[in-house]
Design a protein around this ligand. Sequence first.
Ligand SMILES: [Zn+2]
Length: 476
Amino acid sequence: MIPFQPMAHFGIMCTIMDSECELSDAAGRQRPLPYHQGVSFPPAYIQASTHVLETALRSVAAYASWRPHDPGPACDIDTRYAALPSLTKKDIRAHFPAGLLLPGKDLEKGLASGAIWFVETSGTTADQVTNIWCQEWWDASERASWGLNSEISRIATGGHPEAILVSPLNVGIVGRNGLLPMHERIADQYLFLNEVMYPSEWTDALLDRMVSELNSFQPVVLEGNPSLLAILARHIVRRGARVHPPGAIVLTYEFPSRIHVRQIRMAFPGVPLASSYGSTEAGYVFMECEHGRLHQNAEYCRVDFQPFKEEHGGPAVGRVLLTVLNHPWCSLVRFDVGDLARLDARGACPCGRGGGMVLEGIEGRAVNVTLAPDGRALTQARVDDALAAVDVIDEYRLEQRAGAEYELMFAAGADAPRDVEGAAAAVLHALYGPDARIAVRRVGQVPPEASGKYRLARAAFPVTPGYLLDARYALL
Ligand SMILES: [Zn+2]
């Protein structure tokens, strides 16, 4: 096992080798340090990271205020990145579009030629961002991510037929005046299986249509939100339907609940499943390999990891900041996408891949962290691990109303045993402690958020980064 190594351990060596690297700022305060997992990166990654950072600080308006934080080229590149603030969605809104453009790029020409266009992300008003979209870079980032999973790199050609099950609020086509025929939901090699905005409006007939379209379209890859694929999967199992097995299923767009993954595996036995983690802003960032670990797509994305304090699950758990590499148009540096990750501490992956960060998993969104009555932070993944032990739960959402008040809403199949409520309360008490007051409510269906995505847990109050993050590694 490779221990997690904060760079601080190398501080003395750093001083001997290069007396110019100043780890304190002008006011004499200690700069935040980089946190390393102990993996090595190829020279091209270091070069691309350096080029992106220096260009951003020198020539991109969004980062002008960051210059005083940069300890300068005498420090190694990870130390320079670690000393900087993060880029928020609010910053992107404030500087869009010209303040995020690389020097020498002509926005009007790019838009006119079709090399770039603007895309809006979904979500609440606070989450919504318009981004500069470059399809060429996005496709290259996706292709590179396939190389991180042997099964997908074997079957994906770029032109392979792919069925997609997502919320049309996020991707695809909305059927505003009812259902759309199949040919109107096909674009290039993609078939969008769903045009209905809310899964509460999905009928058995619509789910039967999805099964029949999978059988006729025969996708090589089936991709979608795990929560939506799970609804289809439960329908397939309930109906005993015969369905064409795709070459692989890719889970994306939201945190994959273990409950949903289990249901998808039941409906598609033997089909390889892989989680792909990315964002509209930063492309394809991590891909799950055939051994279940998430490898960084290091050719297209730099990831900086800021660990939580020990009492909140650090240093293995922390937030990820994303920097796009090799992007022809945009400068996106240390973007706080709002997601949390768990570093993999099991040493080299049996798949043999190196040259990037390795995760055990994504822990969910920072806004979905809840607190135990004793103040410990619990990520969505911890809540999910606990509730996955109650194997008859189909869907759930946990809300922390106030200090020690929690409410679990869950749905379970008609044949579920009677005291699911008691079993769910017991696993949550084990997680949150004896002082937690947990109300459990069984419902017919757990609705998704207005964004179209499922939220498995949330607190009714904000949990700030300053509360969670270890101040040695983050500028707070
Ligand atoms: Zn691996």
